[in-house]
Design a protein around this ligand. Structure first.
Ligand SMILES: NC(=O)c1ccc[n+]([C@@H]2O[C@H](COP(=O)([O-])OP(=O)(O)OC[C@H]3O[C@@H](n4cnc5c(N)ncnc54)[C@H](O)[C@@H]3O)[C@@H](O)[C@H]2O)c1
Length: 266
C-alpha cells in the first residue's frame, strides 16, 4: 500500500511537541501488521523535510521497523503541484493533516482522483463544504472518514458502554471542560490560528462524543466567547468559548439532553 500524507506539522511529525507526532507514528505501528510499501509526505515548505526525517528516524528506532518515507515540498501553488504528483504516482489512500481552512480544497482533489481519504478533525469549517465533500465522496464511491480519534479512548468507550447498557440511566446533562496550553495558538499554530478557534479545534471532539455515546442530534446551539489575552499578543481569536447545546433523541423527540462546554486557550 502507498500512502500520501498531506501536511508535515505537529500532528504528523510532532513539530513543537515532545514526541514524533501521531500520524506517522500510527502508520508505523500499522506497518507491523499490514504491508506498507511507502509513504510520501507533502507540505508547503522544503524546511519541513527535516522534521519528517527526524520523526521517521525516531519512529523506526522505537518501533524497530523500517518504514520508508519520502518528502516533497508543494510550494506556493500547492494544489496544482499536488495534482501533478497524483499524475506521476498511484496512491491507495491519503491523509489530510493541514490547517482546517485547507481541508476542503485538498480533500476535493483527492476524492476527484478516486483516492480513499481520511481528513483530520474538524472536517471543514463550514457545513456547506462538508456536505459537498460527502456528496462527492458518494459520487466517486471512495472511502471517506474523519479522524475523530477520541472515539477510541478507553475512558470514552467505557462511558458509551455504561450509557448504552442503561447503567447510569438516561443522561440529562453533560459538562465539558477542555483547555490547552497557550503555546499552541501562539507558537504551534501561529500562522493560521486567526482562521480557527478553540471550540473548532478542541470542542468538536466532545460534540462528536455526545453524538457517538447517545445517538442524540443537536437541536439548538448558543455560543459566546471571551477575548483579551490572545488579542493583546496580536492574535485575533477567542481566549475561551462557552457553548450550550440542546440535543434531542431522534427516536423520541421529547427526550432532551443539555450539554455545556467551556473550552479555552488561556
Ligand atoms: N496537533 C495535533 O495534536 C492535532 C490533533 C488532531 C487533529 N489535528 C488537526 O490537524 C490539522 C493540522 O494540525 P497541525 O497541528 O499538524 O498543524 P501545523 O500548523 O503544525 O501543521 C500544518 C502543516 O500544513 C502545512 N501547510 C500549510 N499550508 C499549506 C498549503 N497551502 N499547502 C500545503 N501544506 C500546507 C504546513 O507546512 C504544515 O506542515 C488541523 O486541522 C488540526 O485540527 C491536530
Amino acid at each position: 500500500m502507498n500512502i500520501l500524507v498531506i501536511g508535515a506539522g505537529m500532528y504528523v511529525t510532532g513539530r513543537f511537541s515532545s514526541g514524533p507526532g501521531s500520524v506517522l507514528a500510527t502508520i508505523g505501528e500499522v506497518s507491523k501488521s499490514m504491508r506498507i510499501d511507502g509513504v510520501t509526505v507533502v507540505s508547503k515548505n522544503d524546511s519541513s523535510r527535516e522534521d519528517v526525517f527526524i520523526a521517521v528516524s525516531e519512529i523506526n528506532t522505537i518501533l524497530e521497523i523500517g518504514l520508508r518515507v519520502d518528502y516533497e515540498a508543494l510550494g506556493e501553488n500547492s494544489i496544482e503541484k499536488l495534482k501533478t504528483i497524483l499524475q506521476k504516482k498511484e496512491y491507495d489512500c491519503g491523509i489530510i493533516a493541514l490547517p482546517d481552512h485547507l481541508h476542503y480544497d485538498f480533500a476535493k482533489v483527492l476524492i476527484e482522483n478516486s483516492i480513499h481519504c481520511l481528513v483530520v478533525k474538524p472536517l471543514t469549517p463550514t457545513v456547506k463544504e462538508s456536505m459537498e465533500l460527502i456528496a462527492l465522496q458518494k459520487n466517486k464511491n471512495v472511502y471517506g472518514v474523519v479522524d475523530l480519534h477520541k472515539r477510541y479512548d478507553q475512558a470514552n468507550l467505557l462511558i458509551k458502554d455504561a450509557i448504552q447498557r442503561g447503567q447510569i440511566g438516561k443522561p440529562q446533562y453533560v459538562t465539558v471542560e477542555y483547555s490547552q496550553r497557550i503555546k499552541i495558538p501562539t507558537i504551534a499554530f501561529a500562522k493560521w490560528v486567526k482562521l480557527t478557534n478553540i471550540f473548532q479545534y478542541l470542542g468538536v471532539h466532545y460534540v462528536d462524543m455526545i453524538y457517538f455515546m447517545t445517538g442524540y442530534h443537536p437541536e439548538k446551539v448558543l455560543a459566546v466567547g471571551t477575548k483579551g489575552k490572545l488579542t493583546e499578543l496580536g492574535i485575533d481569536t477567542y481566549d475561551s468559548i462557552h457553548a450550550l447545546i440542546i440535543w434531542k433523541n431522534p427516536g423520541n423527540e421529547t427526550e432532551k439532553l443539555v450539554s455545556q462546554f467551556s473550552t479555552n486557550w488561556i
